[in-house]
Design a protein. Sequence first.
Length: 571
Amino acid sequence: MTYLKNIMGTVKSTLYENFIFIYSLLFITIIPEIIMKINYIGYYQKIGKKIEFVSHSLLCLIFFLGIFTLFALLCSRIKLSWLRRLLYCIFSGVIIISDVLGIYITYMYKSNITPAFIIPILETTYSEASEYIATYISVINLVSIIIPILVIYGICYLIKSKITSKHTFFKICTYLACIGWICGIVFIAKNTMSHYAMPVQSIYYSMKDAVQQREELENLERYTNEQNENLTVQHVGKGIPNIVLIVGESENRNHMHLYGYDRDTTPGLDQLAKNHKIAVFTDVVSPHAYTTASLSEIYSLHHYENPDKWYNTLNLIDILKKAGYHTSWLSNQESSGNWVSVANFLANRNDYKEYTYLRDSTSDLYDSYDEKLFPIIDKVKSQNTSDKQFYTIHLMGSHASYDRRVPPNWRKFELEPTNTKADFERNAYDDTVLYNDYVLTQIFKKFDDTDTLIIYISDHGESVYEKDSKLIGHGDGQLNRYMLEIPMIMYGTDTFKENHPELWKKILDAQHRPYMTDDLPHTIMDLLDIRVNGFDASRSIINSQFNSNRNRVIQGHDYNNYYKIMTNDNL
Ligand SMILES: [Zn+2]
């Protein structure tokens, strides 16, 4: 007991003696967290969620109090005063520099430090990297962060001169520091240290992740370059000047009024369909139920019948480039992260790429609405001078968490009174479908003055407690039809229909054919009158040789004979 009392006494006196060191660092470290919480607390409607949101920061704070106290305790054992001072300087320096960076990024980009900010540096040469840093970090902004840090030090110095070691404050902090140590042990044991990261840890984890992601990308690039040596373009016809592929996210067509859903979730598309402006494909499924796997199939000539890996086949972007198309990738999805490695690889293959934000899969996504793509589309469209253009527009669409996808003024169903979590999620999901309808029709309008064909598909569907099942979300592990049944829509501008009447007719005639989007590159090549080695007319939905008897096998089961006839009992 006396032993424990002695330890507590030592901790308490360490906390007092190192007052300026510990508390100033603690304050500086918590600033990015405070900025994030102020930015986003409004997104949580329920008080319970708000408390959960804030308590995470308190846990971080206690954990860091433990770390700083432990460091001071260990240092006090060192007899050589110059060594002690040196260690203090190095430790404080590392923490302060990472905190300044953390504060800066949180303040400017409403994001934590993530690999998204590190990867552009890894991708560039030294001179480009310094240019990148110069564009993202300005001296004035840096100074405006350093001044408050100096003020914090000043305040800590003043408090220290007024306070005695007897103060109850130190007693409380002694207990908190001990709790911080226990937290640290628990985090290590549960391997969740990165969840409780403040700037210095974030930088470490981001660097580690960024290097790993970069290596993966380089491997994919190597395979692709090898493949492209075999790519021969056999024929390029007149084609279409502009082709846009909008890749939606997690949109289950059974929640679209256009496809028969009872709620009015697609007023814009309904109107276009009524006026015969769009072709609505009624029997299309995705080859997987998660983004990375779906994208790798949508953009490559790979299909499940081919035992090879997708990256050992030709990809659509490189084919189109070789056929004379200027390619652009405009994305509202993450610019880095383990969940978007394929998307990033594909984006890199384009002549031009732009993301709405620099952000990682692990970043908190709140106000990243798809309409943020509008100005980017306008800009890229007006800057492009090439007479053949291919655009990918990658939406955030209906990705969970649904209530974060929709600007507040678009929340319609979410406001309806609900009794269950399932009802709430369904309502929030339907709002994303409604908002997506707006986003799509706005993008269509942007191309109305040109000869353009726009194709919209979702990467995969989503299960949203369909028919009272317990499933929400998507993934290949527990598949059901709702994760696979996706919309596919084609919109031709008036000029397109005037210039290519026979093509539009082919499109309209194909609307009820069964299709899986792993064959989409063949349809796109066919639409653009491009022939390369590997093109297969029987895989193009608009071709007279189209094979409508192809089994659409997903994870070993045929869609028609398995997923489509699933009853609620096995959902
Ligand atoms: Zn997805």
